[in-house]
Design a protein around this ligand. Structure first.
Ligand SMILES: Cc1cc2nc3c(=O)[nH]c(=O)nc-3n(C[C@H](O)[C@H](O)[C@H](O)COP(=O)(O)O)c2cc1C
Length: 370
């Protein structure tokens, strides 16, 4: 079994070790363009021992943003800013991958009268239910993902990550909870997978054969009637066949029903519940890893002492991603690689980071530099 400091080669690209910065919205973009503060954020992280940086969710269309201050990749004018981020990471000898997203029913709306698009009319945020997409709208989204990937390549990234997790648009199509369609985009697993696979194929077509394509999906949904881990594994196999190079296996940690003026909406979260042990998503990641022949990433409170290495020892993943631990302490990767786990400043799972990015730049209650 590999150790954390072992490099990994993916299609000729060398990752210096097994620690990955998970994609995290920073709220540092302005007008959907990269800022100096955002470039510095990525440079400061990349020089602290990471083997790969996956840059935050970046919208493929202006009406698809998942937070107000999100990066965009729907316009060539956004490429120079993205290039500054890619450059800041790659200058440190660390590969950079850009995550691209469409929020679907979870897209931000300043004007509630503008409908959100989704597979079906299932609300995932307070406000009016989304509108079911037409065939033309689905095709336009596929094209938008391909164009965004082309821009990521033009910006100098080593790869792109298709966001098919966390109840954003592609995963809304995957899950029977949010996809009630009766056409070729809904019903059977094959139909629910269709959008994700079409996006993967279109992205491959747009970027050529050498550029890396990652896909993030949740390997465990923790929701009755939702996407099962067996289905997620089957989807991962189809993605591999469609030309995806890496599976980034995340999870849904908790879900609840909210109420908006008497209308229910489904609230879901990608973080494991507070107080639960780290590595809760890793057994499901392993199921996906057994189904495919490409590298798999796992995530979820993995900075606890010894845990990152034990994920590799158990064969649960090839790469270990960290999100909140890196907000609380930019030096986590260095400390894990040097066996200084005890010196890590711990995330308190207060979710102040999430609250902050809903309106402005990221904040942390234990890292006062932010
Ligand atoms: C502030 C914040 C922003 C996030 N933004 C993204 C994102 O842009 N894309 C994504 O796939 N996941 C995002 N996530 C989820 C993380 O990548 C990760 O899967 C989750 O936080 C669990 O890992 P952790 O326990 O290491 O924090 C975000 C999480 C946080 C805390």
């Amino acid at each position: 079994m590999p150790i954390l400091s072992d490099p990994l080669h993916i299609k000729g690209l060398r990752l210096p070790n097994r620690l990955v910065m998970a994609p995290m919205v920073t709220g540092l973009a302005e007008d959907h363009l990269a800022t100096d503060a955002q470039v510095a954020w990525y440079r400061d992280h990349a020089r602290r021992g990471l083997g790969l940086v996956i840059v935050e969710s970046t919208a493929v269309l202006p009406d698809a943003t998942i937070m107000p201050r999100l990066l965009g990749a729907w316009d060539d004018a956004q490429v120079p800013g993205l290039a500054r981020i890619a450059g800041a990471i790659r200058e440190q000898g660390v590969p950079a991958v850009l995550q691209i997203v469409h929020g679907g029913a979870r897209s931000v709306r300043e004007d509630p009268a503008v409908a959100r698009l989704a597979p079906s009319e299932v609300a995932l945020l307070p406000g009016p239910a989304p509108r079911a997409m037409t065939e033309d709208e689905i095709q336009a989204v596929i094209t938008a993902f391909a164009q965004a990937a082309r821009r990521a390549r033009a910006a100098g990234f080593d790869g792109v990550e298709i966001h098919a997790a966390h109840y954003y648009l592609i995963s809304q199509f995957l899950s029977p909870v949010t996809n009630h369609r009766t056409d070729r985009w809904g019903g059977s697993a094959r139909n629910r997978f269709r959008l994700g696979i079409a996006v993967a194929r279109a992205v491959r077509e747009a970027v050529g054969k050498d550029f890396l394509i990652f896909c993030r999906l949740h390997a465990i949904e923790n929701l009755e009637g939702g996407l099962s881990t067996e289905e997620a594994a089957a989807f991962a196999q189809d993605l591999e066949e469609a030309g995806v190079d890496v599976i980034d296996a995340s999870g849904i940690g908790q879900s609840s029903l909210g109420d908006w003026e008497g209308h229910p909406f489904l609230n879901t979260s990608s973080v494991p519940p507070k107080g639960t042990p780290g590595g809760g998503y890793a057994p499901a990641a392993r199921q996906l890893r057994e189904a495919v022949g490409i590298p798999v990433i796992t995530v979820g409170k993995l900075s606890e002492p010894g845990l990152a290495q034990s994920v590799l020892d158990r064969g649960q993943a090839d790469l270990v991603a960290l999100a909140r631990p890196l907000i609380a302490d930019f030096g986590v990767a260095e400390k894990l690689l040097e066996g200084r786990d005890g010196e890590i400043k711990r995330c308190e799972e207060c979710l102040a980071c999430f609250a902050a990015i809903r309106k402005g730049p990221i904040r942390c209650s234990v890292n006062w530099d932010l």
